[in-house]
Design a protein around this ligand. Structure first.
Ligand code: URA
Ligand code: SF4
Length: 514
């Protein structure tokens, strides 16, 4: 049995796996283990070489779909993951359809690990809390300085610029080694902030000046700074968003397992909030009244027929005043279980023609989409098409009605409709077309040109991807620019479609070399 120590990273597994295949090692003749678990053993290279029993596979190949899934699975804490991934990779050499066989024991095991990681990611996104370091305490509190011998470039890599910035630090203990998967979410959310997340396995720092994530060694909980400033801030924030009308401590307990409570300063003010609950309800109702929102018009049960019936009467913001009608989404109507509707496209708002006809994407922007659908062999009918804002916003210039971008407050007001449609359709993947849709689902600071085409994990769907709006293609300054924008759109749509139809697809995943 050949024993191989993997530095616990996907890249290290990948390069060992490539060598093992090239040498002809059968999965049953190798044992891939975490180097950290047995770090006092000699490295694989020092072990007596074992004799490969299989034929060498000189040019190992695999699919991008497998590599993506393997990269996720590699973050699982189970010591069995490296052997599992090697076994699947080995079997893929002769059975390219293996990933589609969901009942296969190896594939089922990989899927289960992926699900556990997905859950861990959602919890991490929800429960990480940053604390602010005092500017004058930064030198002492910089956790990396306290650990001489660790690489100096992990934090404060942009030097003085960053030192002058406020620095936020969080400590968190995920179940799995998911920090590299989780970090992009925080980079989106807290893009302007300089922050560090410490976990026992590794740490990551976001440099907002150079817009870079830097990974470093893990740190024990005690190394997180003891500064309370952010905790106070967070307490008052949580006090203001806390919803006393829905007070249900049992549910809270089940949503916030006790093991996460150590990171949640709000736990200490729960008793105060509970006693103040009644008097806060009336204050809260007043606050809500002041903000435009579709929420009072959205039915409590989120099914497409109910949504379509209620939408026309929405007065959630002022946009209904001038438009002809609210335009709901269109697409196949799902039953209670997840259906073949796996991809949802979210545009900005209806345009002139959509406003007249009451249907999304039936004007010039829709024709760009149709062209991309045709080139990618996607049937428009199999996709759910909708918009972030349901009423057309325009200024009248003579006979023309000129499109205007919706404001963030209008996007936010209309989001309950989009949320209701997402609940009803339960798409596997959502593709946001343009900045307004991306702002609705990914937050106001989302940077489209920087981050289009990335698979983002969110609570809305397995993946949310953002791309440019088809009308950007129409507005391009010249033909070449238009072509380039169109190819962003088409490629991002292709990625969204591929992710949405998943391993069960009839479309052959692209074969890449390992
Ligand atoms: N642009 C959009 O974003 N949505 C439409 O429905 C039409 C044009
Ligand atoms: Fe309601 Fe949205 Fe129309 Fe505003 S834009 S009135 S929130 S449907």
């Amino acid at each position: 049995m050949k024993q191989v120590m993997i530095q616990p990273s996907f890249q290290d597994w990948r390069s060992h796996a490539r060598q093992l295949l090239q040498q002809g090692f059968l999965p049953e003749d190798v044992d891939l283990e975490d180097a950290s678990a047995t770090s006092n053993l000699p490295l694989a290279l020092d072990l007596a070489p074992d004799i490969p029993q299989g034929p060498p596979i000189l040019v190992p190949h695999t699919s991008k779909a497998f590599l993506d899934r393997a990269e996720v699975t590699a973050t699982h804490r189970s010591p069995a993951r490296w052997n599992l991934l090697y076994r699947i990779l080995y079997r893929l050499q002769t059975n390219r359809d293996l990933l589609k066989i969901e009942i296969d024991t190896d594939i089922a095991q990989m899927r289960q690990m992926e699900q556990q990681i997905r859950r861990d990611l959602h919890k991490m996104h929800a429960f990480v809390r940053f604390r602010k370091l005092h500017a004058d305490a930064m030198d002492e509190a910089n956790p990396f300085d306290a650990h001489p011998g660790q690489p100096a470039n992990i934090s404060l890599s942009a030097g003085e610029d960053l030192r002058k910035q406020e620095h936020f630090v969080a400590w968190y203990q995920p179940d799995h080694r998911i920090l590299p998967l989780a970090a992009p979410f925080f980079a989106e959310r807290f893009a302007p902030m300089h922050w560090t997340i410490l976990t026992p396995d590794e740490s990551v720092t976001w440099d907002p000046v150079n817009r870079q994530l830097g990974f470093g060694p893990g740190l024990p909980r005690e190394a997180a700074p003891a500064d309370d400033e952010l905790e106070d801030l967070w307490r008052s924030y949580y006090g203001s968003i806390y919803n006393p009308a829905r007070l249900n401590t049992g549910a809270m307990r089940s949503e916030m397992p006790v093991r996460y409570w150590k990171n949640l300063p709000e736990v200490s003010i729960l008793p105060t909030l509970i006693t103040e609950s009644a008097s806060r309800v009336s204050t809260m109702v007043k606050v809500q009244e002041a903000k435009p929102s579709a929420a009072p018009f959205v039915p409590s049960e989120h099914t497409l027929p109910l949504i379509q019936n209620s939408l026309p009467s929405c007065k959630g913001c002022d946009l209904y005043l001038h438009a002809t009608q609210a335009v709901p989404g269109v697409g196949p109507s799902p039953g209670s279980e997840r259906t073949p509707v796996t991809l949802m496209l979210v545009g900005e708002q209806p345009g002139d023609q959509e406003d007249r006809k009451g249907l999304p994407f039936v004007g010039p922007a829709g024709r760009i989409l149709d062209k991309a659908f045709e080139e990618l062999n996607i049937s428009r009918d199999s996709i759910y098409l909708t918009n972030a804002v349901k009423h057309f916003k325009f200024v009248q210039r003579g006979k023309l009605r000129l499109h205007q971008n919706p404001r963030m407050s209008e996007i936010t007001a209309c989001r309950p409709w989009l949320q209701a449609e997402i609940d009803a359709v339960r798409p596997k993947v959502i593709l946001c077309l343009g900045a307004s849709a991306a702002k609705s689902l990914l937050g106001g600071t989302f940077g489209l040109m920087r981050d289009h085409g990335k698979l983002l994990s969110t609570p809305y769907a397995d993946h949310v991807i953002a791309t440019i709006h088809p009308s950007a293609v129409l507005r391009a300054r010249d033909e070449a620019a238009g072509e380039e924008l169109y190819s962003f759109l088409r490629d991002d749509l292709a990625l969204a479609w591929k992710s949405a139809i998943g391993p069960l697809s009839a479309v052959e995943p692209a074969v890449t070399s390992l």
